[in-house]
Design a protein around this ligand. Sequence first.
Ligand code: HEM
Ligand SMILES: [Cu+2]
Length: 494
Amino acid sequence: MATQPVTVPAPVRRSWALTPRSVVSICLSTSFVLIYVLGMVGGIMRANQAAVVHLPLDTFYSLLTLHGTGMIALVTLAMAAGLWYAVHDILDLRPRVLMVGFALFCLGIVLVLVATLVGGFAAGWTFLYPLPFVNTTWPAWATLAFLLGVLAVGLGFSIYCMDILTAVVGRYGGLLRGLGLDALIPALGRPGQEVAPPPVIAATMVGIDGAIGTLAGAVILIALLAHYVNPAFPIDALWAKNVTYFFGHIIANLDIYLAAGTIYAYLPTYAGREWKTNGVLALSWVGSLVFVLTAYGHHLYMDFVQPPALQFLGESTSYLASVPPAVVTIFGAVLLVYRSGIRWHVGSVLLYAGLVGWAVGGTAAELDASIPFNFVLHNTLWVVAHFHTYLLGGAFLFAIAFASHFAGEREAMSGWARAGLWLLLGGITLFLASFYVSGLEGVPRREAIQPAPGPVLSLYATAAVAVLLAGLTLVLLDVWHRARRSRAFPEEAA
Ligand code: HEM
Ligand SMILES: [Cu+2]
C-alpha cells in the first residue's frame, strides 16, 4: 500500500497581514510613541519658561510649532483609529483605506519634523498668514515643507472621512439615517432597517465636519502654496484668518467627537448596560455637527474688521456647542455608570477621567468664549489651559482608554497600572493648574521668556510634567504588556 504524503500546513503569516487589529495597532503604537516624545518637548518648553534650561529663542518657537501641530495630528490619528475600530464591523470598512490615511499622516508628520527641527520653521501650528512669509528666521524651503506636511495630514484625514461617509451611505442609504435621524422622524426610516447605533452617528458627524474642515484646509494651504510660488499672488489677511481658524478649530474639536464615538462603544461594555440611539441623542449630534462648523468665530473676537454678524454667530454657537455633549453624552455617561457596578480597569478609569477633563475644559472654554472674559483672557495661558484640559485631560486619555480595552483587560488591574494612573492623573491636574493660574495672572501664551509670576509657575509645571510622564510610562508599559499577551492569546482581546 502506497504511503500518503504527509501535508504540512502552511505557516500562518499573521504578523504582517492587513487585518483591522494590525492596522489599528500600528496607528496606536505610532501615535503613542510620538505623543510621548512631544510630551517631553512640552516639558522642555515649560523648563525653558521656568529658566531652568535656556533654549535659543528660535529653537523654542520651532519646538512650539512642532509640538502643537504634531500633537493635534497624533491625537487625531489615535482617536480616528479608535472610532474606526468601533464601527468597522457595522460599516464594513477596509483596513487598506485606513492604512492609506495612516501613511499620509506619517508623511505629513515627517515633513513637519523636518520643517521645524532641520529648517527651524516657527510660525506656530496655526501658520497664520503672513507669518510664514515675513521676517522669517528660517529658509523658504522650511515653509514649503511645513505647508506640504499639513496638507498631507489633511489629505489623510479627508480620505478617512470620505471612506466613512461612503460606507454609511452604503449601509444606511443616506447620511440623515447615518445620523440616526429616523429615531426622531420615523418617516425617514426604512421598513425593516434598524436605527444607526451611537458610534455610527458620531462617525457620520465626524465624517461630514471632517470632510468640510479638510476642504477648507486644502483651500488655505493651496492659496499659501500659490503665494509661496508667486509672492504676487494676493491673499487677504482677514479671509486667511477666517479660513485657517475654521480649519484648525474643526480639526482640534473633532478629536473629542471622535472620542465621544468610542465612549459610546466601550463604556457600555464596562457598565454592562446598553447605550441606545433615541431622538434626543440624534438631535444632539445634528446640533454638534452645525455648532462645530460655526463656532470658530471665537478666535477672531479681537479682529475689529470682522463683520459683527459673524462675531455674534461665533459667540452664540460657541455657547450652544456645549449643550449637546454636556446634556447628552456626559450626562448620559454618568447615568450609564450610576449604580451599574462598573468594573474599574485602566480603560474605564480613563474613560471616566476623560469625561471630567472634557467637562472642565469645556467650561473653561465657554468662559474664554464670552466676550467680556475674552478681553482679559485672550492670548493668555488660560487659552492653553482650556484646550490642554480637553485634549490632554480628555481626548488623549480616551485614546489610552481605548488602547487598554483593545489590548485586553481580562485580568485584574496591576499594581503598576494603578500607580501609573495616580501619577498620570495627578501630574496632569498639577500641570493644568499652573496654566490656569498663569492665565488668570495675565501671563501671555507663546512666550519663551515670561513675565512674573510665569517663571515660578512654570517651575511647578515642569515638575508636574515629570510626574505625568512617569505615570504615562507605567500605564503605557502595562497596556503594551497586555497587548503582547493577548497577541499570544487573541481570544482574550476585546
Ligand atoms: C505631556 C503633555 C503635554 C505637555 C507637557 C504640553 C506642554 C505644552 C506647552 C508648554 C505649550 C506652550 C504653551 C505656551 O506657552 O503658549 C503647549 C502648547 C500647545 N500644546 Fe501642549 N502639552 C502637552 C500635551 C498636548 C496634547 C495632548 C495636545 C493636543 C492634542 C497639545 C497641543 C498643544 C497645542 C495645539 C499647543 C499650542 C501651540 C501653539 O501655540 O502654536 N499638547 N503645550
Ligand atoms: Cu475654537
